[in-house]
Design a protein around this ligand. Structure first.
Ligand SMILES: [Mg+2]
Length: 121
């Protein structure tokens, strides 16, 4: 399975990528929403996007709205991984179309649970 990690922090991308590799994913990376919007459609068989909220160029929320407007990406599982822990933020992200939400910092157990919940079996 393939996953795309979208985060402007290289260190955070590395951490998330390592967790995903341990779960058997082939990992691709993007440094902004704009970068991800260009790369996501070019990854055949992409099955999951891990998405930061706060990023330059295009933030996570704008990315979701843009991606969901593309017909073949309407149902792409998106897991938001962010420090934004306010209830209003979570509601906004869910409304924009994320499938699940993880607040940084997180444990490997939480991470695994959330991934398994959004990936269709
Ligand atoms: Mg960020």
């Amino acid at each position: 399975m393939k996953a795309l990690v979208v985060d402007d922090s290289r260190a955070m991308r590395r951490i998330i990528a390592r967790y995903l590799q341990d779960l058997g994913f082939e990992v691709h990376e993007a440094a902004s929403g704009l970068d991800a919007l260009v790369s996501a459609p070019k990854i055949p068989g992409l099955s999951l996007i891990l998405l930061d909220w706060n990023m330059p160029e295009m933030n996570g929320i704008d990315f979701i709205r843009a991606l969901r407007a593309i017909d073949k990406s309407k149902d792409m599982p998106i897991l938001m991984v962010t420090t934004n822990a306010a209830k209003d933020d979570i509601v906004e992200a869910l409304r924009a179309g994320v499938d699940s939400y993880i607040i940084k910092p997180f444990t490997t157990d939480t991470f695994k649970e959330k991934i398994e919940a959004v990936i269709p079996r």
